[in-house]
Unconditional design. Sequence first.
Length: 88
Amino acid sequence: MKISLAPELERRIAEKVESGLHANASEVVREGLRLLLETGTLQDRQLAQLRADIQVGLDQADRDELLDGTASRERVKAALTAQVSPRT
Protein backbone atom coordinates (compact mmCIF):
# COMPACT_ATOMS: atom_id res chain seq x y z
CA MET A 1 0.00 0.00 0.00
CA LYS A 2 1.27 3.45 -0.83
CA ILE A 3 0.11 6.57 0.93
CA SER A 4 0.89 10.24 0.50
CA LEU A 5 1.46 12.47 3.50
CA ALA A 6 1.79 16.19 3.88
CA PRO A 7 5.37 17.29 4.60
CA GLU A 8 4.39 18.21 8.18
CA LEU A 9 3.17 14.67 8.86
CA GLU A 10 6.28 13.17 7.31
CA ARG A 11 8.40 15.38 9.56
CA ARG A 12 6.48 14.31 12.66
CA ILE A 13 6.85 10.64 11.76
CA ALA A 14 10.57 11.13 11.26
CA GLU A 15 10.81 12.81 14.68
CA LYS A 16 9.14 9.82 16.33
CA VAL A 17 11.57 7.43 14.65
CA GLU A 18 14.55 9.64 15.56
CA SER A 19 13.39 9.75 19.19
CA GLY A 20 13.86 6.02 19.41
CA LEU A 21 10.27 5.35 20.40
CA HIS A 22 9.68 3.56 17.11
CA ALA A 23 12.06 1.62 14.90
CA ASN A 24 10.63 2.89 11.62
CA ALA A 25 7.86 4.90 9.96
CA SER A 26 5.60 1.85 9.64
CA GLU A 27 5.56 1.41 13.42
CA VAL A 28 4.60 5.05 13.87
CA VAL A 29 1.73 4.75 11.39
CA ARG A 30 0.52 1.47 12.95
CA GLU A 31 0.54 3.07 16.40
CA GLY A 32 -1.38 6.06 15.07
CA LEU A 33 -4.00 3.84 13.47
CA ARG A 34 -4.32 1.76 16.65
CA LEU A 35 -4.95 4.94 18.66
CA LEU A 36 -7.46 6.16 16.07
CA LEU A 37 -9.39 2.90 16.30
CA GLU A 38 -9.32 2.95 20.12
CA THR A 39 -10.60 6.51 20.14
CA GLY A 40 -13.42 5.57 17.78
CA THR A 41 -14.40 2.64 20.01
CA LEU A 42 -14.36 4.84 23.10
CA GLN A 43 -16.49 7.47 21.36
CA ASP A 44 -18.97 4.78 20.28
CA ARG A 45 -19.27 3.57 23.89
CA GLN A 46 -19.70 7.11 25.20
CA LEU A 47 -22.37 7.84 22.60
CA ALA A 48 -24.23 4.64 23.49
CA GLN A 49 -24.11 5.57 27.20
CA LEU A 50 -25.32 9.10 26.45
CA ARG A 51 -28.23 7.73 24.43
CA ALA A 52 -29.10 5.34 27.27
CA ASP A 53 -28.98 8.19 29.80
CA ILE A 54 -31.22 10.32 27.60
CA GLN A 55 -33.67 7.43 27.28
CA VAL A 56 -33.78 7.11 31.09
CA GLY A 57 -34.69 10.80 31.30
CA LEU A 58 -37.33 10.47 28.59
CA ASP A 59 -38.82 7.44 30.35
CA GLN A 60 -38.91 9.36 33.63
CA ALA A 61 -40.64 12.25 31.87
CA ASP A 62 -43.21 9.85 30.42
CA ARG A 63 -43.90 8.59 33.97
CA ASP A 64 -44.15 12.19 35.23
CA GLU A 65 -41.13 11.68 37.51
CA LEU A 66 -39.31 14.92 36.76
CA LEU A 67 -38.46 17.47 39.43
CA ASP A 68 -38.81 21.18 38.93
CA GLY A 69 -35.57 23.12 38.63
CA THR A 70 -35.86 24.76 42.04
CA ALA A 71 -36.27 21.48 43.90
CA SER A 72 -33.37 19.95 42.02
CA ARG A 73 -31.11 22.93 42.73
CA GLU A 74 -31.97 22.85 46.41
CA ARG A 75 -31.26 19.11 46.67
CA VAL A 76 -27.91 19.49 44.90
CA LYS A 77 -26.95 22.47 47.08
CA ALA A 78 -27.86 20.57 50.25
CA ALA A 79 -25.87 17.54 49.15
CA LEU A 80 -22.83 19.65 48.29
CA THR A 81 -23.06 21.57 51.55
CA ALA A 82 -23.20 18.30 53.48
CA GLN A 83 -20.07 17.07 51.67
CA VAL A 84 -17.97 20.17 52.49
CA SER A 85 -19.26 20.88 55.99
CA PRO A 86 -16.74 20.17 58.74
CA ARG A 87 -17.64 17.20 60.88
CA THR A 88 -18.12 17.77 64.56
